[in-house]
Design a protein around this ligand. Structure first.
Ligand code: NAD
Length: 305
């Protein structure tokens, strides 16, 4: 198959691209290298250094003749979306529409979208959240991801463009950047390994559903094989609070640093955990890595940096 991966220089996208190539698919990547890194790009992928909002992407689609688009390019920082909602919407909504128009015009058959189960549901009222949980995002990022899911439904009903929306929990693993504001696992590893101060925002009792990137890649491959459409949670169903996470990483790293708390950040939810029964029943996907196993793999990566 001919696959286009947007955001293929990023943390998750580059590992989806690697897996597609390993499975014998032709892969092209569009990425503006905003947070992505050139060294993540698979050697066998064709790389287009472009912004998804640009007109030039239409030439890439016209020449590429893609069967499927994996759409991962995004402004994906919740705090940044609060600080600059217009930028978030430009990248995540307008950029996404630009891509969908290109898919429609060039006969792409299916879109596999990296959505968020962390941010779409907002403050949860059921734990873990199923896909039909009320959707009241607490941040512009959650709103832009939800809006794009609605555009996917529109392009399917109007033009027959199939879609799968994979609503990830908090993804962690090798290649995640620790130099931004998002990605608490990467931030803790980078800071603690360098002997620097690692801060817990708020009381640290806020919870997340930490899901290993290798499992997320497998969900993307399963979505490629699946013939129906819809939105599916991709998470472990297990809640871990930030204090517990800090303590496990501290122990793996062998750091002596105690917990350091600073005031919480706006736009962040208190508890987040999602149910994966639907994707398990539909595609046979379930997480393979326990948190400790995934963190040990992640530690190997950060130690080599
Ligand atoms: P990432 O920042 O590593 O990847 C995003 C990639 O998109 C980067 O390579 C970046 O350079 C590129 N990009 C950003 N804006 C672009 C634009 N306008 N044009 C072209 N390229 C652009 O982040 P990630 O964690 O790998 O996230 C991948 C996808 O998964 C995102 O859509 C994100 O919203 C989604 N997601 C991530 C998580 C998580 O916990 N990491 C959770 C839920 C959903």
């Amino acid at each position: 198959m001919k696959a286009l991966v947007t955001g293929g220089a990023g943390f998750i996208g580059s590992q989806v691209a690697d897996a597609l190539i390993e499975n014998g698919h032709h892969v092209e990547i569009i990425d503006n290298l905003f947070t992505g890194r050139r060294e993540n790009l698979p050697a066998k992928a064709v790389f287009h250094h472009l912004d998804i909002r640009s007109d030039e992407i239409h030439d890439v689609f016209a020449r590429g003749g893609f069967d499927v688009m994996f759409h991962l390019a995004a402004q994906m920082d919740v705090r940044k979306s609060v600080a600059d909602p217009a930028y978030d919407a430009q990248a995540n909504i307008l950029g996404g529409i630009n891509l969908l128009q290109a898919c429609k015009n060039t006969g792409v058959k299916k879109v596999i979208f990296s959505s968020t189960g962390g941010a779409i549901y907002g403050e949860q009222v059921e734990f873990p959240a199923k896909e039909n949980h009320p959707q009241n995002p607490c941040s512009p990022y959650g709103i832009s991801k939800l809006a794009f899911e609605k555009y996917l439904q529109f392009y399917y009903s109007e033009y027959g463009l199939k879609y799968i929306s994979l609503r990830y929990a908090n993804v962690y693993g090798p290649r995640q950047r620790g130099d931004g504001e998002a990605g608490v696992v990467a931030i803790f590893f980078e800071r603690l390994l360098a002997g620097q101060k690692a801060v817990i925002y708020g009381d640290g009792e806020q919870t997340r559903d930490f899901t290993f990137v290798g499992d997320v890649v497998k969900a993307n491959l399963a979505a490629l094989e699946y013939s129906d459409i819809g939105a599916f949670n991709v998470g472990t169903g297990i809640e871990t609070n930030i204090n517990e996470l800090f303590d496990i990483i501290k122990e793996i790293v062998g750091s002596k640093q105690g917990r350091i708390h600073e005031p919480g950040k706006p736009g962040e939810q208190r508890r987040s955990v999602i149910d994966h029964t639907k994707i398990n029943n539909a595609m046979g996907w379930k997480p393979q890595f326990t948190l400790r196993q995934g963190l040990l793999k992640t530690a190997e990566y950060f130690r080599k940096l």
